[in-house]
Design a protein around this ligand. Structure first.
Ligand code: NAD
Ligand code: ZN
Length: 388
């Protein structure tokens, strides 16, 4: 089968790879009909996440059709049209039992490796570095879905693939980010990053009761999309002093909650925090500009929700501000199995919508071109969806 593979820093290519098979009685095989690009893929392509191997298949946000199930799978049938959670949960450990699926103890076969970097291992994620499992991703014609009873959900027939695909990851992440802000009446929430995740976080914040949401980015088409589709205020950080504008907009107090949905960007970090797995040393440090700005701009006693992905160590992280302003810092991969049914329900009720996010749709064979559009945000690109 064909798949879009990581070929080295800055390089992806479509390759022919072996057909995925049922390796475990709890696996399913899904024929992928739509698979979205995500900012997290850019971190892998840019080389900010250690451990990637040549030939690793990218992609973790997808919908498709179940074409084969292992003998122990109870909740699915061949022919089901489904959306699949980006994080893989076993359904039986303490973390899964307590609805913290992205922290599952049992699905990351490279737990020892990630313990060296992070102290403990998170759940596996499709199409990512061995640090988070190393499972083959969904930018492929077929994908093996382990623990298929716990991350696979049937889709309502009226929800098109290009809109449903965001229920895998971007919508759960945005929802969780907003929920982490513990939004109260009259709250103002600022969101750094107007990509798919930032847009969905902004909408979730409004649904959860924010009085005002302000979205920050440098791409005018993305800011326009946020204003037009969500009715939020926006700030272009290349034209204004973000902290000053936020102060002006909040009578000098600052936003009650700040969501960071940017992660590791070349011009955001200024350099790599690459962790060398062999030597245990970190090279140049990450400089998380958006995270720093969010912490500094947040009102005293407020909450900063960091859902942009970081991999290594961070320099110039304003620990002093965190402490002296009494801030709460929250973070994490989405517990997709917890939020996926919720976001599907919100989509059906018209509370959140994702149709405007897919600015580009293309066959998987155009994958390298799609990533070029997405990385440099060319031609108003907000999200690309591949149709293998
Ligand atoms: P994206 O690349 O489409 O969007 C990122 C946006 O951030 C861009 O529009 C960019 O211009 C903007 N940006 C860069 N520097 C900024 C700054 N200093 N201030 C404000 N905006 C800035 O990516 P996306 O798909 O929306 O994903 C965003 C982040 O969320 C990534 O780090 C991704 O890895 C992460 N993510 C996390 C999870 C999770 O599990 N927690 C899930 C999905 C995505
Ligand atoms: Zn588990």
């Amino acid at each position: 089968v064909k798949a879009l593979c990581w070929e080295g820093v800055g390089r992806v290519a479509v390759r022919t790879v072996p057909d995925p098979r049922i390796d475990n009685a709890r696996d399913a095989i899904v024929k992928v009909t739509a698979s979205s690009v995500c900012g997290s893929d850019l971190h892998l392509i840019d080389g900010y996440v250690p451990g990637m191997r040549e030939g690793d298949i990218l992609g973790h946000e997808f919908v498709g059709e179940v074409v084969e199930i292992g003998p122990a799978v109870r909740t699915l049938a061949v022919g089901d049209r489904v959306v699949v959670a980006s994080t893989i949960g076993c359904g039986g450990c303490w973390f899964c039992d307590t609805d913290q699926w992205s922290l599952c103890d049992n699905t990351n076969p490279n737990a020892a490796l990630s313990e060296r970097l992070w102290g403990q291992a998170p759940a596996a994620v499709f199409g990512s570095s061995p640090l988070t499992g190393g499972f083959a991703g969904s930018h492929a014609e077929y994908v093996r879905v382990p623990f298929a009873d716990y991350g696979v959900y049937r889709l309502p027939p009226n929800l098109p693939d290009d809109a449903a695909v965001y229920a895998s990851d971007a919508a759960p992440t945005g929802w969780m980010a907003a929920e982490m802000c513990r939004i109260g009446e009259g709250d103002v929430v600022a969101v750094w990053g107007a990509g798919g995740v930032g847009q969905l976080a902004a909408r979730a914040a409004l649904v959860l009761g924010a009085e005002r949401v302000i979205v920050i980015d440098r791409y005018s088409d993305r800011l326009d999309a946020a204003r037009e589709n969500l009715g939020v205020a926006t700030i272009d950080y290349q034209r204004a002093d973000v902290q000053e504008v936020l102060e002006d907009m909040t009578a000098g107090r600052g936003p009650d909650a700040c969501i960071e949905a940017v992660g590791m960007e070349a011009d955001n970090d200024g350099g790599l925090g690459l962790y060398d797995l062999a030597t245990g040393r970190t090279g140049q440090s990450e400089r998380p500009v958006a995270v720093r700005e969010a912490i500094l701009a947040c009102r005293k006693g407020g909450t900063v929700a960091m859902v942009g992905v970081f991999a290594g160590l961070a320099d110039r992280f304003p620990l002093g501000a965190l402490m002296h302003k009494g801030l709460t810092l929250r973070s994490g991969q989405p517990h997709s199995q917890r939020y996926l049914p919720l976001v599907l329900d919100r989509m059906a009720r018209g509370d959140i919508w994702t149709d405007y996010l897919t600015t580009h749709s293309m066959p998987l064979s155009d994958g390298p071109f799609g990533y070029e559009l997405f990385k440099y945000k060319i031609d108003g690109c907000l999200r690309v969806v591949f149709h293998p």
